[in-house]
Each structure stands twice: as C-alpha cells, then as structure tokens.
Design a protein around this ligand. Structure first.
Ligand code: PAF
Length: 300
C-alpha cells in the first residue's frame, strides 16, 4: 500500500500548484487534473524553479481513488463535487482545502460513504501570468469531519501521505476550533484589506484595533453558541501574528477585488451572518463587511 497511494489534485490554482510541486520534489505518486490544463512554473521558496507536468483532463473513464484534494475556491466546491460524483470511488478520501466554511455539509450530503477531511493552510502564493510565486511558509492543519467506509489502517496511511504532501502539515483530532480560528483570521484580514486596498500589514495601524475586536467578538459569541472551543485572547493573538507574518502580502480577497474576480466572502463573513441568523444572533459588523464586499464585487 505504501508506495501505491495516489494523490489526485483537482484544479490548477496556487495552492494546488504548490502541492503538486511538493509531490514532484518528494517523489509522491500524484496526478493533477484541470479543465483547461496549462503549463505552469513555480518559483518555490524551498525547491527553486520547478516546471510542473501539464495536468490531465477528467473524462468519463477516469476513476479517482485513494486521496482527492480539492484546493479550490469555496464557491466552486459544490459544483465540482457534483461533477465528480461519477468518478470518485466510495473508498476515496476527500480533502476540502479552502478559506471559509459551509462546504463540509454539502460534501457529507453528496458523499455519505466517503471519508471526508477538512484542511486549512497558511502557505501563501500568488500567480503572475504562467508563474506561481510561493511567497510565504505557513502551517497546514487537517482532520476528519466525516468517517467513511475505510479501515483505520488505510486512513492512518492516507494521513501520513497528507503530512508529506501538504505544507508543514499536522493532523488534529479536533479540527473545528482550527477551522473557526482560520475563519476568524480571514473574516478580519480579507474584507478589510480588500475594502481599504491594503497589504495585510496595514491592519496593524491603531485605527483598526476597535473594528478587529468587534469582528472577533461577534464570531466568538457565535462559536460559543455552536460549542466551538476558541477564546478571544488566543484568537486576537493569532490574527495579529498572521497580520505581522504576512505584512507584505496582499490577501486573496484584495487580489480578487483588484482583478475583478469573485471573492470567497459568502463563505467567510457571509457564512458567519447566515449561521448567526439560524441561531437568532446579531453580527452587524460581519454583515456590514459582507455587504461592502458584495458591493465591490458588483452584486448589489
Ligand atoms: O486569504 C488569504 O490571503 C490568507 O488566507 C491570509 C491568511 C489572510 C493571508 O493573506
């Protein structure tokens, strides 16, 4: 089993390309799939300049087993999971890897027999023409969100493969607090940098302190109501650390707005608003940010 496990990567975005680079350089068995495959080069902080193999296109005869990683934008996940229903085997381990929340429920509905993993990463990259530039090291956390019909031994083996393929990766038995911490980091940094057209470091200005605390307080009230175990001081410390560590980067949402692309706001502040409404809670600051980004996207 050890040498045969295959990692299937869906899409050719920045994170997918970084994982493909690692698989190439660490000699892991993998295939990358893309709708319109391109020849891309990665300028990698560890491995240098790597020309990636051109991805394959999925067709009706494709069968995906072992591990399928979906490093896609959150809003693309539902459609892609629906399209893959004909090709993903029930024994396959499905890994959701994106900013924001709201896709786990959909994956469980569409794939009740599969083992489903949620992952988050702080590794950073951006694309410039045909080049993916790896701009920052950062840890990755993953964990089970749905147990499928696979043996414990197989899951353990798949997890050791994920630890090799992902960046500074660690399996957590309790993944929800990590997912909510990342949700909070994105709920602060992404809309504020997009609205004010800032690099992440711009949010360390004293004028943002009150607003950041308001965003986090609303998320904490919601998390508490959902029995997710996170606390204000750790969350604030994590947000400030990410702002500092990524001070020279432009967030993914700032880049999406600048390039006229759809953002992940519906799965970040939008998700917080929808979950709060379901629980009868008010989250006015997060709602304002959701509406402001929708306006910038041209939806309102
Ligand atoms: O979406 C992003 O840009 C990143 O998740 C983060 C951590 C906010 C850093 O820019």
């Amino acid at each position: 089993m050890a040498t045969k496990t295959k990692i299937n990567l869906i899409g050719q975005g920045c994170i997918s390309s970084l994982i493909a680079t690692r698989c190439c350089c660490e000699k892991l068995r993998f295939t990358q799939f893309a709708r319109t495959p391109e020849s891309l080069t990665v300028e990698h902080l560890t491995y240098g300049k790597i020309h990636l193999p051109i991805p394959q296109q999925l067709n009706q005869d494709t069968r995906l087993d072992d591990i399928v990683i979906l490093p896609l934008k959150a809003y693309a996940i539902t459609t892609v999971l629906q399209q893959l229903q004909a090709v993903i085997e029930p024994t396959c381990c499905i890994v959701l890897l994106h900013n924001g929340l709201g896709t786990i429920e959909i994956a469980k509905q569409l794939y009740p027999n599969n083992h489903i993993v949620a992952a988050i990463t702080n590794t950073a990259a951006f694309r410039s023409n045909k080049t993916i530039k790896h701009t920052g090291h950062g840890s990755t956390y993953f964990g089970t969100v749905h147990s499928g019909n696979i043996s414990t031994a197989t899951i353990e083996h798949h997890y050791s493969m994920l630890e090799k393929a992902l960046y500074d990766a660690q399996m957590l038995t309790e993944i929800l607090p990590a997912l909510w911490t990342k949700l909070a980091v994105n709920a602060v940094i992404n809309p504020l940098t997009a609205i004010h057209d800032l690099q992440n470091g711009g949010l360390s200005a004293p004028s943002y302190v009150k607003l950041i605390n308001q965003i986090l307080s609303e998320i904490l009230t919601l998390a508490k109501a959902k029995q997710i175990n996170i606390d204000h001081s750790t969350l604030l410390k994590t947000v400030n650390t990410v702002i500092y560590d990524t001070q020279d980067n432009f967030s993914s949402m700032q880049q999406d707005i600048e390039h006229g692309r759809r953002t992940e706001i519906d799965h970040i502040n939008g998700y917080i608003v929808q979950q709060a409404e379901k629980m009868g809670l008010q989250v006015p600051t997060n709602k304002r940010l959701w509406l402001d980004i929708q306006k910038l996207e041209g939806h309102l």
